[in-house]
Ligand binder design. Sequence first.
Ligand SMILES: Nc1nc2c(ncn2[C@@H]2O[C@H](COP(=O)(O)OP(=O)(O)OP(=O)(O)O)[C@@H](O)[C@H]2O)c(=O)[nH]1
Ligand SMILES: [Zn+2]
Length: 203
Amino acid sequence: MSISNAPLPDILAFEDPEPLTPGSGVDLPRAQAAITDFLRALGRDDSDPHLLDTPRRVAAAYAEMLTPRETSWTTFPNDDGYQGLVLVKDIPFHSLCQHHLLPFRGVAHVGYLPGERLFGLSKLARGVELFSRDLQVQERLTQQVANWLEATLAPRGVGVVMEAEHLCMSLRGVHTAGTMTRTSVFTGLLADAGPLRGQFPNH
Ligand SMILES: Nc1nc2c(ncn2[C@@H]2O[C@H](COP(=O)(O)OP(=O)(O)OP(=O)(O)O)[C@@H](O)[C@H]2O)c(=O)[nH]1
Ligand SMILES: [Zn+2]
């Protein structure tokens, strides 16, 4: 099943979540042949020993960057009735800009106010990876992580803040190295500014 920008699948139901299958649309031999053509079109000498295996490496690198790791989506009942914020800060992530196929990378802060279910904490970081390993724009990525938490946990509120440097702005084009783009989505009881939302860095 491809996760590319598709509506959230029903299997994200929170009672018994199944593992998501990573995107299966990658055709490695075809990608490798395309990189060979690409290098020739860029006027590179493909007899250079360092370039001989580059098409295979590049195809494999992009396939890896576009494929999230398999995981299980364990949730637990909130038997103790915990009402406070669960917030995992500074989750490193990287993704690929849909416009230039160059990386953007930074940190995500992901939190929720639990309802009846709790996530294993690592799953918040895995959720960021799930949607990052795609050709993305940062706004959609942020919204997808928030939508996924809503659909999976039915929490009382969700907050997702993402801060990233886009290499398409740093290495080319406008050449503004070091800029950081912040996107955020807050829902439910976190939609309005207040002390809970204030726990998010740079909210
Ligand atoms: N909204 C949004 N824009 C992005 C993101 N990543 C890259 N972009 C922008 O996408 C735009 C593409 O603009 P175009 O004018 O079509 O492409 P371009 O000529 O390469 O643009 P420059 O980067 O300004 O040279 C650029 O302004 C990028 O900065 C993102 O995650 N969200
Ligand atoms: Zn870009």
